[in-house]
Design a protein around this ligand. Structure first.
Ligand code: 5GP
Length: 221
C-alpha cells in the first residue's frame, strides 16, 4: 500500500453510486442481467442495492446467488511454513452456487447474462478466480446441453459482466480469464480510486463516526 490514509465510504454514497452507475453504463438497456452472483461478504449489500435499480422485462426481481471466496493469504498468514510465492495468488471457495430443487434438470447458467458483484477490485485476484470457476461451470453445462439435445442445436450463449463499487487504479496481479468482459465493455466500476484502503459502512463499529468522516472527506474533495 502506497499511502496509509483511508477513504471512508458512506451508505448514501454506495446507494447513489450504484444508481448512477446503472444509468451511466445503461446496464438495463444494454447488458440486461438475468442473474447476479455476489461475492461475499463485500458484494452482498451492493448486489441488493443493485437489484433495486435493475429491471427485468418480466417485472420479477433479479435472483442473487451468493458465493464465498477467501484469499489464501487471509487464511494462512499465521502459518510460517506457507510458500510466499503462492500467497495471494490462491483463492479458496468457502461457498459456491446453490440452485434450488426446481433447477435440478436445468442448466441455470447457460444462456444467461450474469453480473458478478463485488465491492472492490484491488489486485483482481478474487474476481479472476470467480470468473475462472464460473467459466468451468458454464463449460460443464454446455457439455450437458450438447449431450441431451439433438446434434446441431445451437448452444445458448452465456455472457459474464462485472460490477464493483471501486476499482483501485494500480497494476493488477491477474487478468479476467474472459477478456470479452473488459473488451466488450461489460466491466462496470462505479468509481476509480487511488490505491488506498477503503472503509465500507458495513465494517464500521461506530456508524455515526464513520458517516461523519465520510462526509468530511466528501466536502474536502
Ligand atoms: P483482490 O482479490 O482484488 O485483491 O481483493 C478483493 C478483496 O479484498 C475484496 O473483495 C475485499 O474483500 C478485500 N479488499 C481489497 N482492498 C480492500 C479495501 O480497500 N477495503 C476493504 N474493505 N476491503 C478490501
Amino acid at each position: 500500500m502506497q499511502n496509509d490514509d483511508k477513504i471512508y465510504i458512506s451508505y448514501d454514497q454506495v446507494h447513489k453510486l450504484t444508481k448512477e452507475t446503472v444509468e451511466r453504463y445503461r446496464i438495463n438497456e444494454n447488458f440486461k442481467p438475468d442473474l447476479m452472483i455476489a461475492i461475499g461478504g463485500g458484494g452482498f449489500i451492493p448486489a441488493r442495492i443493485l437489484r433495486t435499480f435493475l429491471k427485468r422485462q418480466s417485472g420479477q426481481n433479479i435472483p442473487i446467488q451468493a458465493i464465498g471466496l477467501s484469499l489464501y493469504e487471509d487464511l494462512v498468514t499465521s502459518d510460517p511454513s506457507s510458500d510466499p510465492d503462492i500467497i495471494g495468488t490462491q483463492v479458496i471457495k468457502t461457498q459456491w452456487l446453490q440452485f434450488g430443487p426446481s433447477y435440478a434438470d436445468t442448466c441455470p447458467l447457460l444462456g444467461k447474462n450474469i453480473l458478478i458483484v463485488d465491492e472492490v477490485d484491488d489486485t483482481r485476484t478474487t474476481l479472476a478466480y470467480a470468473v475462472q470457476e464460473l467459466l468451468k461451470d458454464i463449460e460443464e453445462e454446455k457439455r450437458k446441453f450438447i449431450e441431451t439435445n439433438s446434434a446441431g442445436t445451437p448452444v445458448p450463449e452465456t455472457k459474464l459482466a462485472v460490477f464493483v463499487l471501486h476499482n483501485k487504479k494500480k497494476e493488477k496481479r491477474m487478468e479476467l480469464p474472459d477478456p470479452s468482459i473488459v473488451n466488450e465493455g461489460r466491466y462496470f466500476a462505479a468509481k476509480e480510486t487511488p490505491d488506498k484502503w477503503l472503509v465500507y459502512p458495513w465494517e464500521a463499529n461506530d456508524i455515526d463516526e464513520h458517516t461523519k468522516k465520510s462526509s468530511l472527506q466528501e466536502n474536502n474533495e
